[in-house]
Design a protein around this ligand. Sequence first.
Ligand SMILES: [Mn+2]
Length: 327
Amino acid sequence: MKIKRQKFYDKFMEVLNDYEKIVLIPHNEIDLDALASSVGLYVFLENLDKETYINIDEEDTELGVKRAIQKLKELNMNIDIKALKNIEVDSNTLLIVLDCHKKDMTQNPDIFKLSNNVIVIDHHIESKDTINNCIIKYIDDEASSTTEIVFDLLSNKNIDIPDYVATVMLAGLTLDTNNFTIKTTEKTHEVAAELTKHGAITKEVQYLLKEDLKQYISMQKIIFNTEIIKGIYAVTVGKKTEIYSKEQLAKIADSLLQFDEVEASFCIGKINSNIIGISARSLGNVNVQKIMEKLNGGGHITDAACQMYNTSLIEAKKQLLKIIEKL
Ligand SMILES: [Mn+2]
């Protein structure tokens, strides 16, 4: 374990002594890493006899998340997942934000009006509107996933991970590393091996990562329109009439990296009626973080994004191409 991670764990254990009730808060548009890290941490806290809840307010989640939650219920795992209105939060409650570090990206930002005791655990590059005044903020942007960070916590204390929780955690890891191709280190493979030892089932992971056919077709349609700029930059634009999730844009950008000659990829699409998102990916030879920063976004060298307000898809693409032309 990394020294700084060990320090975080020591502090974390210390802080936990002061709280009885804890609410885990995954990000909105919840994905398998956000769910898996929440569920993993839930198991950890249950082991310490804490009264723990996972706050999920979204009713319509992606297929894999839906399936995982359904299975956890069927298996009577007693993992308490609730909408905020059904959790009693007061000023003595500890809130733990997982897999994001901004209030407006959490399930229900209203929760922060009820308690100021916040811990953040994340693996995304920290951005300007990060949550401040936390008890602890642990952001390891080199970690493959938040699940990996939470796994260390469980293994540090030798806590038994139930089979299905291990499966969900392996799915989180697989999702965030795009099948162990990005942000994957020796450590990531070790965690995957450990999770398998704990009973994670690869076939079930495959089920959790299944995609919706309609969504897949709509993604393929966008990929169909990809243009290659200067031989190595793949750029594609979503439909004017369609709203995409950030995750969809990211997935498309991810897929574009698999094609011959492509070093960096960009998927532009509407994520809201007046917000356009660009998701950028690179194999490492092109710094997409720098490119996205020029459009007021951010991220990693290989994985970055930006949002543009009150503009058109054509205009967004023009601005991106201008930057690429100058590289
Ligand atoms: Mn993640």
